[in-house]
Structures are given as structure tokens and as C-alpha cells.
Design a protein around this ligand. Structure first.
Ligand SMILES: [Fe+2]
Length: 216
């Protein structure tokens, strides 16, 4: 196993960095306890289960349930990542300080002024359809911040992931050549992969690590 790699199915619920009552009166002790101990724990358990099931699928070369387990992987993986961040980016009232100089510089450079950033962030969080998140994200491709809304947790991604190798399976990518035979296109496409570029992207991504919680 590689250094610092989280082993398959071994994700753990990180402890809260404060007591259950520390965020009162904004967030009650009851809400925090349920949210962390029950809801977040469910995502961790679901992520571990999905990873173990996919390992079994690789071993048996049986991908009949691939759609189900990939969905579970994205939903629970993103749920675990976003909740871990959510706990650590909050502090008891009066203890959170002010935006740091890098945060402020990047906010000003892209959003123009702090109020515009704040209003866009709050609106995105408010207007996300059904359940979801408002997210301030660093976009390494463009070297700047961006505000996004996420429905549920994931839309089949795991937040903080950096794409290394991608295959376009929209019909426009293959329909003229392969009609509805998407698998035939993917089999043929596989032979086109530029592994030099894959390696280059992976090396760049390895330099851009942001740990989930302190030390993990
Ligand atoms: Fe939650």
C-alpha cells in the first residue's frame, strides 16, 4: 500500500473539533449530536460498504451492480468529505477570526468585493434544489476560487477529486461512428489513451493535496 493511502473500506468518522454544545445558540447540541453521530456516520459506513463491494466486483469480474455501487461511492464519499470539512470550518461564536490575507486576496481578485462574494455564496446555498450545499471551491485548473451549489452531495463526483483520465460518453462523442454501441466505442477509445499525459496530470495532482482533517 502507498504512503498515506486510505485503505479500502477503512474510512473513519472524524471526531468533532469541539464539544456538542460549542456552537450554541446557532446550532443546538441535539442537532449537532444527531448530525455528526448519526448522519455523518451513515455516510462513512456507506462509503466503506461501497468500496468493499467494488473490490469484490473487481475480484469476481462481476460488474452487474456497477451503477448502484458507483452511485453509493459518490453519494457517501462526497457526504463524508463535505461533512468533515463542514465541522472544521466552523468555530464557536467569536472564535473564528477574520478572513486571512490569501483568502481575502483571492476573493477580491475574482469576486471584486467581499460583499458580492458573501451574497453569491448565501444565495447559492439558499437556492440549491432540495438538499445540498453551497461550496466555495478552489479551481486548480483556472487558479481561482469559484462558488458552486451541489444537489445532494455529489452528482456522481467526490468533492476534492482532480480528474486524471476521462472518457466522454455523451452520444455526440461516438454516435456517428458507433451508433448506440457505447461499449464498442469505449473499447476502441481505450487504445487512444495518452499515458504520458495521464502520468503528467497525476504528478501535478499529487502536488495539490489538501488533507481532509488534521493529519489525515
Ligand atoms: Fe449533513
Amino acid at each position: 500500500m502507498l504512503v498515506n493511502m486510505v485503505p479500502t473500506g477503512q474510512h473513519q468518522l472524524p471526531p468533532l473539533p469541539y464539544t456538542y454544545s460549542a456552537l450554541e445558540p446557532v446550532i443546538s447540541q441535539t442537532t449537532l449530536r444527531l448530525h455528526h453521530d448519526k448522519h455523518h456516520k451513515t455516510y462513512v459506513d456507506g462509503l466503506n460498504k461501497a468500496e468493499i463491494s467494488l473490490e469484490q466486483a473487481r475480484r469476481s469480474n462481476n460488474y452487474d451492480l456497477i451503477k448502484y455501487w458507483e452511485n453509493e461511492l459518490a453519494f457517501n464519499g462526497s457526504g463524508h468529505i463535505l461533512h468533515s470539512i463542514y465541522w472544521t470550518i466552523m468555530a464557536p461564536l467569536g472564535m473564528g477570526g477574520k478572513p486571512g490575507s490569501s483568502t481575502m486576496n483571492h476573493i477580491m481578485a475574482y469576486f471584486g468585493n467581499f460583499n458580492a462574494f458573501k451574497e453569491q455564496f448565501k444565495s447559492a446555498a439558499e437556492k440549491v434544489e432540495a438538499s445540498g450545499w453551497g461550496i466555495l471551491t478552489w479551481q486548480p485548473t483556472w487558479k481561482r476560487l469559484e462558488i458552486l451549489m451541489s444537489e445532494k452531495h455529489q452528482n456522481l463526483t467526490q468533492w476534492s477529486g482532480i480528474p486524471i483520465l476521462v472518457c466522454d460518453t455523451w452520444e455526440h462523442a461516438y454516435y456517428l461512428d458507433y451508433q448506440n454501441n457505447r461499449r464498442k466505442y469505449i473499447d476502441a477509445w481505450w487504445e487512444l489513451i495518452n499515458w504520458h499525459e495521464v502520468e503528467r496530470r497525476l504528478l501535478m495532482a499529487l502536488n495539490g493535496q489538501v488533507t481532509l482533517t488534521m493529519g489525515i
